[in-house]
Design a protein around this ligand. Structure first.
Ligand code: PRX
Length: 668
């Protein structure tokens, strides 16, 4: 919570209400706070009729018998119903006569002399492409219930691949392209995947990320465990000379050429697994968060509709800048957006390629109406300068969204004034991989906003800030963020690890003797009942809106022969929000040096991925510990933040002994 403590003053300073403006496009679906409150109360008092009515708007092959059944920690939604995510994203619109409407707009990163490459797919075209790839997967013996691993750049084939899985009832496990071969191997092993879908390479800021090469290394690692894996490769033509393994590699374009473009959507039980998404926790390796079909579909599409004010037939174009490798991309590029019949925009590359105004250039050229990004990106834009934004006509924008980490009020104000011209509501959406969709968020036409607050809970979300005993804390007191009732988009488990599911989410707080969902975040509610997220209370750090377990980075560091012991903590970072600080003690024969720092950073890149590379590595004789032998993390955080000085000798080894002695009583 240290990061947020520093923020509170400025948060309070900026704590003024911004009333929702008049709509600049389609009318607001919910246009007053009273209406929100009425609907919210109904969703809490009578979730069965509330969600039942909403679910009626979706296609079910067989209607459910019961809206929800819950015995903590196990929830089932739309029990007995059968449906299909892909059908509701695509086929339903074709069936209803909208096959010729644009479903997906994609823009590539490279800008040639004729501008960037842009592709558009109608619902009918997507239906064919998805059906073809679904048939390809079947041809590779992917069956209902199998997990397909996907490690790709942000290209249309990525959306097609996940929807093809959904079509035939295979689950997908998408791995963000920034993760390493080792990280891929770990996830493939855990999910028991037999097929990996990848690209020869992916464009990123004018460079090529060698995705296929990473997959080859991952398969090498997996071979040691005798795992047979096939790879399907999309040719992006940005990488020459990839290695080819006839016995297991297939070109996407060859395979789709050979199959039929018809493939029926399989009716799936509401509670069948839709996908796994691996995310970091405070202990061990990343865990596979499991989401199921029916509840996830209804929840993500409903939250997308109201939070982004999605209205079909109004010329909207929705753009979320996240990668599909994260939950934000799953829920709010594909699954939550497409059932609303509003086209979704996908961009392949970096925000500053070829220039720092690329995003705003895209907004202007494509007339983007809803724009959803992360505070870390907003802070980078602020730094790059207003002129990159203001030289573009951004008047098409109707709603601005933010997600992934607390947004500092300065960044909020900048987003509001410079990007939104003071006229666009900002939706600061708090949620998690585990929650499937938005949990606490303003509704653009209804909720007055305060810079830095994610405001009020979404429909059906019984969020509260409590103490360890489960009692709500008074206004403006910090506590644990919990959710006391089930909601349709909630995770259904940790893949293959029931105990971890219970220990992580259902063991911290009980209310009336029953466990409640604990998010792992600290929060407070102000006098208006508005939520302010104060940051993680476990050993998870949020780097540029991406979750990393400090133990994951520590394990990777000690796996290097030079490091005997390591401690990793978060530190304030101007752009990333939280940076990574690593403290290492070295093995005999190793000297502290910049060269070793570089090697360790490269090693972390190989073990986990570039996002986990420490921003600061400091070497020490020994780590400061309490009398009971626990590493004094709070002290290390203060040191990393520059609040506490330590003795540093000429060889750059640090001596914590004095400060450690001073603080020992405090932390033990
Ligand atoms: O700490 C919270 C932070 O991100 C965590 C969830 O990370 P992840 O599962 O990777 O999902 C990120 C995208 C949904 C949360 O536990 N977080 C997410 N959104 C916000 C946030 N913190 C403050 N404000 C937010 N809007």
């Amino acid at each position: 919570m240290s990061q947020s403590e520093g923020n509170i003053e400025s948060i309070l300073h900026e704590s003024r209400l911004f009333e929702p403006p008049a709509p600049s496009g389609a009318p607001w679906l919910i246009d007053s706070l009273d209406e929100y409150k009425k609907l919210y109360q109904r969703s809490i008092d009578d979730p069965k009729s509330f969600w039942g009515e909403i679910a009626d708007g979706f296609h079910w092959f067989h209607k459910w018998k019961q809206v929800v059944s819950f015995e903590a920690p196990d929830a089932k939604w739309f029990v007995g119903g059968t449906t299909n995510l892909c059908y509701n994203c695509v086929d339903k619109h074709v069936r209803d006569g909208y096959g010729d409407e644009v479903a997906l707009v994609w823009e590539g990163e490279p800008v040639g002399k004729d501008g960037p490459e842009v592709k558009r797919f109608t619902y009918a075209e997507l239906q064919k492409e998805i059906s073809k790839f679904a048939n390809v997967l079947r041809g590779l013996e992917v069956h209902r219930g199998d997990v397909v691993t996907i490690y790709m750049g942000m290209i249309p084939e990525l959306a097609i691949a996940i929807l093809a899985c959904a079509r035939i009832g295979a689950a997908h496990s998408v791995i963000f392209g920034g993760f390493s071969a080792q990280a891929i191997a770990d996830r493939v092993e855990d999910a028991k995947s037999k097929v990996i879908v990848t690209c020869d390479g992916a464009w990123r800021r004018g460079n090529v990320v060698p995705l296929k090469e990473n997959v080859d290394h991952a398969i090498e690692i997996l071979k040691q465990s005798k795992k047979k894996v096939a790879a399907v490769v999309v040719r992006q033509r940005c990488k020459n000379g990839i290695e080819w393994h006839e016995e297991r590699d297939y070109w996407w374009h060859d395979l789709v050429h050979e199959v039929d473009d018809q493939c029926e959507c399989v009716p799936l039980d509401s509670e069948e697994m839709a996908f796994l998404l691996y995310t970091s926790g405070s202990t061990g390796k990343p865990k596979g968060i499991k989401h199921t079909v029916g509840g996830y579909m209804v929840y993500t599409a409903t939250s997308a509709k109201y939070v982004f004010n999605l209205v079909p037939g109004e010329g909207q174009l929705y753009w979320c800048t996240a990668d599909i490798g994260w939950i934000t991309g799953h829920s709010y590029i594909v699954y939550g957006i497409m059932p609303n019949r509003v086209p979704t925009f996908m961009y392949e590359g970096a925000p500053n390629h070829p220039e720092a105004d690329r995003f705003w250039d895209i907004v202007e050229r494509h007339k983007v109406t809803q724009f959803y990004t992360a505070p870390t990106a907003i802070r980078a834009f602020m730094k790059w300068g207003d002129e990159h934004v203001t030289k573009h006509d951004l008047s098409s924008l109707q709603v601005l969204g933010t997600v992934g980490e607390p947004i500092n009020p300065e960044a909020w104000m900048w987003y509001h004034n410079v990007v939104g011209g003071g006229e666009c509501p900002i939706v600061d959406t708090y949620w998690q991989t585990e929650t499937g969709g938005h949990m606490i968020t303003p509704l653009p036409g209804a909720t007055p906003t305060k810079p830095g607050s994610c405001t009020l809970p979404f429909f059906g979300v019984d969020a509260a800030v409590v103490d360890q005993e489960g009692k709500e804390v008074p206004a403006n007191h910090g506590g644990l963020l919990v959710v006391r009732k089930p909601w349709p988009g909630m995770l259904r488990g940790v893949y293959g690890d029931r105990q971890r599911f219970i220990d992580t989410y259902w063991s911290t707080v009980k209310i009336d003797g029953k466990p409640v969902y604990t998010a792992g975040d600290g929060a407070r509610r102000d006098e208006h009942g508005y939520f302010w997220i104060m940051g993680r209370i476990d050993d998870v750090i949020n780097v540029s809106g991406h979750r990393l377990g400090t133990m994951e980075v520590e394990s990777a560091l000690v796996a290097h022969e030079a490091v005997v012991e390591a401690a990793v903590v978060g530190m304030p970072h101007e752009i990333k929000g939280t940076g990574i600080a690593a403290f290492c003690t070295l093995a005999t024969g190793y000297e502290a040096s910049d060269d070793l720092r570089d090697k360790l950073r490269a090693h972390i890149g190989e073990q986990i991925g570039a996002i986990a590379k420490p921003d600061m590595i400091r070497f020490t004789d020994s780590l400061p510990k309490t009398r009971s032998g626990k590493i004094m993390r709070r002290l290390l955080r203060s040191i990393a933040a520059g609040e506490v000085e330590v003795n540093q000798d000429t060889s750059t080894l640090e001596d914590f002994s004095v400060v450690a002695r001073l603080q020992a009583t405090d932390e033990s």
